[in-house]
Design a protein around this ligand. Structure first.
Ligand code: B12
Ligand code: SF4
Length: 506
C-alpha cells in the first residue's frame, strides 16, 4: 500500500453524550478495507478533533479527507474543518458524503473547499473514486458522484439500491483501535448494551417532506434476514449486546423479511426497535405482530405526521394512511405489548395564518385522541423543515411563501440556521411566533402529562408528580407559559428528548 495516500474518515460531532457507533464512516471504511489505509476520527468522542486531524495531516502520510455530513449539528465541525484543510493543506482532496452533502450538493460544491461528493450510497462509489484519483481514470464512469469540471457541477448516474448481502461486515475491530466498542453500547430503554444497526437503504414511499426521497427515489432494498441475523448474532457473541436500534429509514417494508428475521432472532433474547409506516404495519397479520413481540420488538417509531387528511395528501404521505387508522393502530399495537412511538410534524404551510393555526390546533386535538386510544403511545413532535424535493407541490408552496435555503455553505453556520434541521425552530415564513410557542408549550405540557418511558432515569414518584401537576393544563388545553413544568423538567427531571437525542438512547 502507498504510504502517502492514507485517508481520514471523520464523523463530526453530533452529541457529546451517549454517542452511537459512527456507522456512516464505518461502512465507508468497510468499502475500502484491505485496499486503502485509513484512520477513523469520531468527533463525538474527541475533545479536540481539529488537533487530531491536523496531527495526521502534518505527518505527510495523508492525501484524502472523507467527512460524513448530516444536516444540523455536524455542520459546525464539517464546514470549518474542511475549509481550514483547504486553506492550510491545499494538496488534500476533500470528499463529503451523507444526507446533507447529497441533498444540498450545490452549496457544497460551490463552497470551493469540498472537492467531491458521494451522492447517496457510497459503498461502490468511494473505492471507485479513490481508484480513479490514484490512477487518473475517468470520473464520469463512476456512479453516485458529484464533482466540478471547471465551473460546471457534474452529477453522474445514481444507483439507488445495492445488494447489501454482498457488503463486507463492518470492521468493528478497526473502530476498536481508536475507541472501545463497549463505550458505544449505551444503556437504553431497550437494554443495558444497545447498539445501532442499519440493514436497508431507502424507502418505497415519496413523502415530500422527507430528506431521503431525493436520494433513493422510492427504492428500498434490505439485506436478507439471514445476513441480518448473522450480524446481530456476531455483535451479541463478540460484544455482548442485548438490544438493537435498527436505524433503517423503514425497517419493516417486507413482512416476509421481518418474519424470517424474528424466527431467527427469537431465541437470542434481544430487545429491538425500528422505524415503520403505520399503514404498512397495519397490514401485518396478528400472527406476525405477535411473533415480533415474542422476538423482542419492544417499540416502533411510526411517522404519523398529522391527523389532517388534506395535509396527508398534500405531503404525499402515500399508501393508505389515514387518521382513523392511526388511532385504531395505536390501540392494536398495544395489544401486542409493543409501544407505538408516533412522530408528528406540525406547522405545514397553508393559505392563511388562520389556517396554519387551525391545523396546529387540530393536530393537538388529534394527538390527544391517540393518547386516549393507547396512553402508552410515545409522541414525538417536530416542526416542519422543508427538504428540497424539486417539483413536489409542497416544495412549490414553500418557495411561494418566500422561503429560501442559504446561498452559501458558510451561511448554514449562521445562528438562525443552526436549529433548522433539528425541526425545532425553522425559518419558515408562514410560522409566526405564537404558532411556534403553541407547539412548544403543548409539547412541554404533553411531556409532563405523559413522561416518556424511554427516560429510565425518572423515578415513579417523579413521573407521578409531573403528570399530576400538568393534568389540568392538559385537560383544559391551557398551554400558555408552562414555566413551572419547564423548571421541573430542566432541574428536577432532566427530561430527555428522543426527537433530537435519538430514539431510545438515554
Ligand atoms: C444514526 C442517526 C443519527 C444519530 C447520529 C449518528 C452519528 N453520525 O453520530 C443521532 C441520533 C444523534 C442523529 C441525530 C439527528 N439526525 Co440523524 N440519522 C441517523 C440515521 C438514523 C442513521 C445514519 C446512519 O448511520 N446510517 C447508516 C449509514 C451506513 O448510512 P449513511 O449515513 O447513509 O452512509 C452511506 C452514504 O450516505 C455514504 N456516506 C455517508 N457519509 C459518507 C462519508 C464519506 C466520506 C463517503 C465517501 C460516503 C459517505 O456512504 C455510506 C455507505 O453507503 C439517519 C437515517 C438513516 N437511516 O440513514 C438519520 C438522518 C441522517 N438524520 C437526520 C436528521 C435531520 C438528524 C437531526 C439533525 C435532526 C433530527 N431531528 O433527527 C439530528 C441531530 C440531533 C442533535 N443532537 O442535534 C435525517 C437527515 C434528513 C435530511 N433532511 O437530510 C436522517 C436521514 C433521518 C430522516 N429520515 O429524517 N441522527
Ligand atoms: S415513509 Fe418515512 S422514510 Fe419513507 S418517504 Fe415517507 S417519511 Fe420518508
Amino acid at each position: 500500500m502507498n504510504q502517502k495516500n492514507k485517508i481520514i474518515l471523520f464523523n463530526p460531532l453530533v452529541t457529546k453524550f451517549k454517542a452511537r457507533i459512527p456507522l456512516s464512516i464505518l461502512q465507508v471504511a468497510a468499502s475500502i478495507y484491505g485496499k486503502y489505509e485509513f484512520v477513523l476520527i469520531d468527533g463525538n468522542r474527541e475533545t479536540d478533533s481539529w488537533g487530531k486531524i491536523k496531527k495526521y495531516l502534518d505527518s505527510g502520510e495523508f492525501k484524502y479527507f472523507g467527512c460524513t455530513v448530516m444536516p444540523g449539528p455536524q455542520l459546525r465541525q464539517a464546514i470549518p474543518f474542511t475549509k481550514q484543510i483547504k486553506e492550510e493543506y491545499p494538496q488534500i482532496t476533500t470528499i463529503w458524503g451523507g444526507y446533507f452533502a447529497s441533498n444540498q450538493y450545490k452549496v457544497c460544491m460551490e463552497s470551493g473547499y469540498v472537492d467531491y461528493i458521494i451522492n447517496g450510497i457510497g459503498d461502490l462509489a468511494f473505492p471507485a473514486l479513490l481508484d480513479a484519483l490514484e490512477n487518473q481514470l475517468d470520473l464520469h464512469q463512476i456512479n453516485n458522484l458529484i464533482f466540478k469540471v471547471k465551473d460546471v457541477i457534474v452529477k453522474t448516474h445514481k444507483i439507488t439500491s445495492i445488494d447489501m448481502d454482498s457488503l463486507q461486515t463492518l470492521p468493528y475491530q478497526e473502530l476498536e483501535k481508536y475507541y472501545p466498542i463497549q463505550s458505544y453500547l449505551g444503556k437504553t430503554y431497550l437494554g443495558k448494551k444497545t447498539t445501532l444497526y442499519h440493514s436497508s437503504f431507502g424507502c418505497p414511499f415519496t413523502c415530500s417532506f422527507c430528506g431521503i426521497v431525493p436520494i433513493f427515489e422510492a427504492r428500498w432494498k434490505g439485506m436478507s434476514a439471514d445476513r441480518l441475523y448473522q450480524d446481530i448474532k456476531y455483535l451479541k457473541d463478540q460484544y455482548k449486546i442485548d438490544s438493537v436500534e435498527f436505524c433503517d429509514n423503514n425497517f419493516f417494508v417486507s413482512e416476509k423479511r421481518i418474519r424470517a428475521f424474528c424466527e431467527l432472532i427469537e431465541p437470542e433474547k434481544i430487545q429491538w426497535w425500528g422505524e415503520a409506516r403505520i399503514d404498512t404495519l397495519d397490514k401485518f397479520s396478528d400472527d406476525t405482530l405477535a411473533l415480533m413481540s415474542r422476538a423482542g420488538c419492544t417499540m416502533i417509531f411510526l411517522g404519523a405526521e398529522t391527523g389532517n387528511e388534506d395535509t396527508l395528501k398534500a405531503i404525499d404521505k402515500g399508501g393508505t394512511q389515514n387518521a382513523a387508522q392511526m388511532i385504531r393502530f395505536a390501540e392494536r399495537l398495544g395489544q401486542f405489548n409493543i409501544i407505538p412511538e408516533y412522530s408528528f410534524v406540525l406547522g405545514f404551510p397553508a393559505e392563511t395564518p388562520q389556517q396554519v393555526m387551525a391545523m396546529i390546533d387540530e393536530d393537538i386535538e388529534f394527538i390527544k385522541k391517540v393518547k386516549q386510544a393507547n396512553p402508552h403511545t410515545e409522541i414525538i413532535l417536530y416542526v416542519y423543515s422543508p427538504v428540497l424535493t424539486e417539483g413536489s407541490d409542497l416544495y412549490e408552496k414553500v418557495k411561494a411563501s418566500g422561503f429560501v435555503f442559504p446561498a452559501k455553505l458558510d451561511d448554514w453556520l449562521a445562528q438562525e440556521w443552526k436549529g433548522f434541521d433539528l425541526r425545532k425552530n425553522p425559518l419558515t415564513p408562514w410560522l409566526t411566533a405564537p404558532m411556534i410557542d403553541k407547539i412548544r408549550n403543548f409539547e412541554v405540557v404533553l411531556n409532563a402529562r405523559y413522561p416518556t418511558v424511554q427516560d429510565v432515569k425518572l423515578s415513579s414518584l417523579q413521573r407521578k408528580a409531573i403528570a399530576f401537576l400538568s393534568k389540568v393544563r392538559y385537560q383544559t388545553n391551557f398551554f400558555h407559559f408552562p414555566v413551572e413544568l419547564k423548571l421541573l423538567q430542566r432541574f428536577w427531571l432532566r427530561y430527555r428528548q428522543p426527537e433530537t437525542e435519538g430514539a431510545t438512547m438515554l
